[in-house]
Design a protein around this ligand. Sequence first.
Ligand SMILES: N=c1c2ncn([C@@H]3O[C@H](COP(=O)(O)OP(=O)(O)OP(=O)(O)O)[C@@H](O)[C@H]3O)c2ncn1[C@@H]1O[C@H](COP(=O)(O)O)[C@@H](O)[C@H]1O
Length: 104
Amino acid sequence: MTDTLSRLAATITARKGADPASSWTAQLLARGPEKCAEKFGEEAVEAIIEAVRGDRARLTAEAADVIYHLLVMLAARDVPLAEVLAELDRREGQSGLDEKAARG
Ligand SMILES: N=c1c2ncn([C@@H]3O[C@H](COP(=O)(O)OP(=O)(O)OP(=O)(O)O)[C@@H](O)[C@H]3O)c2ncn1[C@@H]1O[C@H](COP(=O)(O)O)[C@@H](O)[C@H]1O
């Protein structure tokens, strides 16, 4: 699973500076981090709609779009996937309830 994400993140990073005519990712990155963020937001809303509707197949497809566009948004701001995964690793084993309580 992490392999799939890592491969996709590597492909997206490699698209930075690639010819936009040849790649959707390169086109999106060329439009800047704000556009990448906007696109991520649109895809997230589409996933929310399918989750509310309860259409399993469409939610699965929209979730894939969300993950792809999240990785593009991260690449646009030079945040490596490895750093996000490290943050998740750091949180592993820490209950969300305990973390919330510690925040006061
Ligand atoms: N996972 C994806 C992926 N998911 C979604 N998309 C594209 O994201 C785009 C967004 O879809 P929309 O329908 O929202 O786009 P749109 O309506 O045409 O766009 P707007 O006019 O609304 O801005 C579509 O063109 C999809 O094909 C993806 N494009 C690429 N990938 C991965 O990225 C790799 C590199 O792709 P390229 O950069 O195109 O070579 C591919 O091999 C895939 O692994």
